[in-house]
Design a protein around this ligand. Structure first.
Ligand code: CDP
Length: 218
């Protein structure tokens, strides 16, 4: 079996930053499952689909083909063969992703691709349901979290670094709403797997968190 490291947790916990470092150190591929949900959400936005209209979302899934490729170790998300990486990390797409990720048809489509990737590669995969649903037999499972205040500050700093304007209070409100949506949905809700190690990164550096996860692989 391939080696699988599953990292789940709420928005802004630092999953992608940590997962990338761990993947590099281990020589595994990094699979950002949130980016797949974001690409599906982008497709729905582009086609004016109401994210809460489950029938329309399910139907539109047939027209959205998401695939991944790796260029110099970086994950590139292709939506109908177009590289959409540059459009995925906006608040609008993130909020839509949290809504459309409730859709069972959409989840099955995205999850099947994740399982295929993990069956054929050693992976560090981050998301909401990786340890609980997608890779239940992962050798290492981590539930990475931090206070909503710290997570909002990190997201704010990320946007500032990109030269975008942002309101930190609004970001924290969005984060709390998204956590609620992700944790209370019927299908694959965000929760700590019984066999996952809880890591609260509120007072930890990136290196400390990455080292902690690497130590779990030994
Ligand atoms: O980076 P951030 O944590 O803000 O979000 P993300 O990982 O890019 O995920 C965006 C949204 O996709 C989340 O709010 C979830 O609703 C959904 N998602 C999911 O349902 N399952 C996953 N495995 C990954 C993301």
């Amino acid at each position: 079996m391939s080696y699988q490291i599953a990292i789940d947790g709420p928005a802004g916990a630092g999953k992608s930053t940590i997962a990338k470092i761990v993947a590099k150190k281990k020589g595994f591929i990094y699979v950002d499952t949130g980016a797949m949900y974001r690409a599906m959400a982008l497709h729905m936005i582009k086609n004016n689909i109401d994210g809460n209209d489950s029938e329309k979302v399910a139907k539109e899934c047939d027209n959205a083909n998401v695939t991944l490729k790796y260029i110099d170790g970086e994950q590139v998300v292709l939506l109908n063969d177009e590289n959409v990486n540059a459009f995925l990390r906006t608040e609008e797409v993130g909020n839509m992703a949290s809504i459309t990720a409730k859709n069972p048809t959409l989840r099955k489509k995205v999850t099947d691709l994740q399982i295929e990737l993990a069956n054929t590669n050693d992976v560090v995969m981050d998301g909401r349901d990786i340890g609980t649903c997608v890779l239940p037999n992962a050798q290492v499972k981590v539930y990475l979290t931090a206070s909503s205040e710290v997570r909002a500050k990190r997201r704010y700093d990320e946007l500032m670094a990109k030269g975008e304007s942002a309101d930190i209070k609004k970001i924290e409100e969005d984060i709390i709403l998204r956590d609620h949506q992700d944790m209370t949905r019927e299908i694959s809700p965000l929760k700590q797997a019984d066999d996952a190690v809880l890591v609260d990164s509120s007072n930890m550096t990136i290196e400390e968190v990455a080292d902690k996860i690497i130590s779990l692989c030994e």
